[in-house]
Design a protein around this ligand. Structure first.
Ligand code: ZN
Length: 165
């Protein structure tokens, strides 16, 4: 039997966002884990993961922690912190970005306002080593600009990768 892979994420969010509760953020992450579990077609695979909010804190945006974050240098300032997931108010041109493919521990940014239903699990996918190549628009790891807003499928290789971290 496959054991569930558990990701306990330390989360910070920008002070430009409305106050967020652990329950609110946990709701987003749980629905993302459920997207990874869902099977919608015969060539769709599922991965048994759980994503938890280990802790949640607000940070003060500014030069050291930019919001908006507009380029890689800005992203790196957030990746350089100790927490895993950063929610920002404004990330022009992107809904999310990961520290690398792969990068460990996982560090990724999600725009709280413009995120798709699957943006957190998509960016976590990059952190565990998944790229975009070879994917179709229905799949979670498809490139962001063309991915369906309700994307919810995984390739078999993707499923294996979520367990590697
Ligand atoms: Zn991507």
């Amino acid at each position: 039997m496959q054991k569930k892979k558990v990701y306990n994420l330390s989360v910070e969010y920008s002070d430009l966002l409305p106050a967020l509760t652990i329950a609110q953020v946990q709701g987003v992450l749980t629905s993302n884990a459920e997207l990874a579990l869902r099977k919608d077609s015969t060539n769709d695979w599922r991965t048994c993961i759980e994503i938890n909010v280990a802790n949640l804190a607000v940070f003060t945006s500014g030069a050291a922690r930019p919001d908006p974050a507009v380029n890689q240098a800005d992203y790196e300032l957030h990746f350089g912190q100790t927490h895993n997931l950063t929610f920002l108010n404004d990330t022009p041109g992107i809904r999310g970005v990961a520290c690398g493919i792969p990068c460990s521990p996982p560090r990724f940014i999600v725009n709280w306002n413009t995120r798709r239903p699957d943006t957190p699990v998509h960016e976590l996918g990059h952190c565990v080593g998944l790229g975009h190549a070879g994917h179709t628009v229905q799949q979670i790891m498809c490139e962001g600009a063309t991915r369906n807003s309700n994307s919810n499928e995984l390739k078999k290789d993707d499923v294996d990768n979520y367990d590697d971290l």
